[in-house]
Design a protein around this ligand. Sequence first.
Ligand code: ADP
Ligand code: MG
Length: 322
Amino acid sequence: ETLSNKIAAGEVVERPASVVKELVENALDAGSTRIDIELEEGGLSRIHVLDNGTGIAPDQVEQAFLRHATSKIQNEDDLHQIKTLGFRGEALPSISSVSKLTVETAQNNAAGIQLRYQGGRLIARTKAKARQGTSIVVEELFFNTPARLKYMKTVNTELGNATDIINRTALARPDVSFRFVHNGKQLLFTNGKGNRQDVLYAVYGKQVAENMLAVSRDSQDFEISGFIAKPDINRASRHYISVFINGRYIKHFPFMKAIEKAYQTLLPIHRYPIVVIAIEMNPMLVDVNVHPSKWDVRLSKEEELLHEISEMIRTRLQKETL
Ligand code: ADP
Ligand code: MG
């Protein structure tokens, strides 16, 4: 069991940012409205994610660290309409197998429980103070996989990767308050009031936030909304384009192309727009079970969706430049 978890970790846990991503997704799946993320040294020495979600029942915490013991999928039907960010039941066992992990969790402000894992082995189990939610601390990531450790980049690079994931998650979920602290310094705070423009302000700053145009479009299958930057506010990379489907950040090249094309002729060569678009659609039409990172998708009505997105952007930009 410990060995197979370590092997799975090779796919799920690539670097500190992947740990952050998995823990934050779990916090969101648990219905949290506040998520605190604290990193030390880009997450290489310490990652702490604290949430106010449902917590885990004391007698189920150990279960959560067993492979494929997800509470989110009961049967094959569920797998075809995934409504949660997680569903593989691999993150906790994988992360705990390559780090020193402490979980403290409780439900409904009742007495909690604390478990400590080291390289996947349970080394301590104690009672913990009452709380609502879950706290997970991951220390010394890859301490027992030296080859993997060697591939870690500088603190700044690891921090950049983690920041990217946290920023996008905050943009995806304006209804959740995120606080992100690195080496004691607060890098992001969002108020959780549900206003995406507030999050744009927190993530990209005043100048960008004030130059974004609100967009939305409804069709039979899709509810699309978001913000697109005026063409004169542009960037040198695609990095500032974020597309979310049902709250999940998606890296899908056809979306990028469609969005860039909608801006065609309005942007200087080699410049890209800042775009944040959230799509709500029937989970049956989305297959997120393509890769463990869950970043790519297959869509049943891809052509239609791409068309809606392009038309939405094109008409809004036309209106602006008239
Ligand atoms: P998955 O998210 O794919 O179900 P994980 O390994 O990430 O698998 O988590 C295992 C299980 O632990 C989850 O299914 C969930 O029941 C529980 N869990 C993990 N993190 C949290 C959390 N922050 N709050 C409540 N429950 C959690
Ligand atoms: Mg998960």
